[in-house]
Structure formats: structure tokens, C-alpha cells
Design a protein around this ligand. Structure first.
Ligand SMILES: O=C1O[C@H](COP(=O)(O)O)[C@@H](O)[C@H](O)[C@H]1O
Length: 259
């Protein structure tokens, strides 16, 4: 059975610092084992707070940032530099402050990119980029990401996979999302098969508005109804929560209470 763990933290700040420390360890271990590491970033409040905590931590220098491949789980399809793009937030919080190799940073295309205002073509372009980085021996269209982080929406969405939308049933690695219920309406997202190619999936949630989504993530049998329930890693899945987001944990969910 593939391990699933639920870890509780006092509040969002502690959660962000703990996740940042965990990410350093995971990246360093991957680099020691294989020479390089890969991480998939998320947008949203907690995901960006984790990156900011990492940038503020002295431990960040334990990572050889020039040997980290950086990907995104989803993107708001807006022009480059738009403050609502997940890429913009990640660069401001972390990537502008560590010596990443620009060639190993893989933002999803922007609405002013090579495909213009065509999210389907942009999604296909990202799929091609992922395939080029995949390992032929895996037979997967995406690389085996070491860590894939996902924020969790109050409606139980992850990445830009919103409940009962076509993207939750799409088997292509990357899709364009139109008419998203959360603005902006046009997005690009990895799909479930790509999320599940990751070795570890970390679901990040803080605040009482996320408590019901977290409960669904642990109990809902249909990922189409609650996409958070369909995001699972090949080697393990972590729910990294603050106390408020954990307020409706189902009976028996494992939790390690942090001070
Ligand atoms: O729109 C998005 O929302 C989710 C969750 O964001 P949060 O602010 O409620 O934590 C995020 O994970 C996703 O990447 C993003 O595009």
C-alpha cells in the first residue's frame, strides 16, 4: 500500500516553514542519489508562502539550485509578468533569490507567448516540453517529479482541475481549461495522470475555508467530484495542514500534532 500521511501544524506560518524544510531535504536527497532534482510548483496562498519561507531560510543553500528542474502544476493563462500568474508569484517568492539555471525553469506558456492567445496550443507546447524531459524507460509522457506540490481550493480543486469539469476526465498530460469557476477563466493544467507520475505529492492547505475540501480529499471516492482526492504520488502522498484546515479530518486520519 502506498503511504498517505496527514501532518498537522499550528498555523500557516509553521506549515510553510516545515514544508520548506522538508523540500530542502527532499531536493538534497534526490541530488545526492541522482545528481539532480525536480519539483512541481503550485500557485495559491500556502504554496507561495512555502517558497517565501524557503527563500528566507539559510537551509536553502544546501540545495544546488543549478541542478533543480522546476515545473508548474497549473497556470493562469495571462501575459508574462501578470501578478496573477503562478510563475510571477514563484519568481518573486523564491526563484529570483536562488541561483537556478534558467534553462531548467519550465514555466507554462503565457498568453503573450509563442502561441498567442491559444491555450490549447500552449498546453500542447508544455506537453512536448514535459515529454522531452521524460525518461524513456518509464514509458510516461512526463518526468518522474521528485516532489509535486498542490494547493487545495475550498471547492476541492487542485492545480486547475475543478470539480466536474472536462479536465478531470482528460487523459492527455496537459490541458487547456476554459470557463474555470475561479478567475481567471482560462488556464493550463497538468491532468491526473501527470500528477500521479510524481514520486511524492504534497497537498498544502491552511485555514478553515479548506477544512471541507481536506475532508473530501481523504474520503471522497470520486476524483471528478473532489479533485483533491485524485492527487496521489507513486511513492507517497502528504497532506500538510494547519489546524484550521484539519478541523474536519475523518475519524482515524493520522495526524502528528506540531506545537
Ligand atoms: O487558482 C489556484 O488556486 C489553487 C489554490 O489556491 P489558494 O490560494 O486557495 O491556496 C492553487 O493551488 C492553484 O495553483 C491556483 O492556480
Amino acid at each position: 500500500m502506498i503511504p498517505l500521511s496527514v501532518l498537522l501544524h499550528r498555523d500557516q506560518d509553521v506549515l510553510a516553514e516545515a514544508a520548506a524544510a522538508r523540500l530542502v531535504t527532499r531536493l538534497v536527497d534526490a541530488q545526492a542519489a541522482r545528481g539532480s532534482a525536480s519539483v512541481v510548483l503550485t500557485g495559491g496562498g500556502v504554496g507561495t508562502a512555502v517558497l517565501a519561507a524557503l527563500a528566507a531560510s539559510g537551509a536553502r543553500d544546501a540545495v544546488d539550485w543549478g541542478r533543480v528542474d522546476v515545473w508548474w502544476g497549473d497556470e493562469r493563462f495571462l501575459p508574462t509578468g501578470d501578478p496573477d500568474r503562478n510563475e510571477t508569484g514563484a519568481r518573486a517568492a523564491l526563484l529570483d533569490h536562488v541561483p537556478v539555471d534558467p534553462a531548467r525553469v519550465h514555466p507554462m506558456p503565457a498568453a503573450d507567448g509563442p502561441d498567442g492567445d491559444d491555450p490549447e496550443a500552449a498546453a500542447e507546447r508544455y506537453a512536448v516540453e514535459l515529454r522531452a524531459a521524460a525518461r524513456p524507460e518509464d514509458g510516461e509522457p512526463v518526468p518522474p517529479f521528485d516532489v509535486l506540490m498542490l494547493g487545495v481550493g475550498p471547492d476541492a480543486h487542485v492545480a486547475s482541475l475543478f470539480p466536474e469539469t472536462p479536465a478531470v476526465r482528460d487523459e492527455r498530460p496537459v490541458v487547456a481549461v476554459r470557463d474555470a469557476p475561479k478567475p481567471p477563466p482560462t488556464r493550463i493544467s497538468l491532468t491526473f495522470p501527470s500528477l500521479r507520475a510524481a514520486e511524492e505529492v504534497w497537498l498544502l492547505a491552511a485555514g478553515d475555508s479548506k477544512a471541507e475540501a481536506v475532508r473530501l480529499g481523504l474520503t471522497e471516492p470520486s476524483p471528478a467530484r473532489a479533485p483533491v482526492a485524485g492527487a496521489r504520488g507513486r511513492l507517497g502522498t502528504l497532506f500538510l495542514l494547519d489546524r484550521a484546515a484539519a478541523a474536519r479530518l475523518p475519524h482515524g486520519a493520522q495526524g502528528l500534532a506540531a506545537p
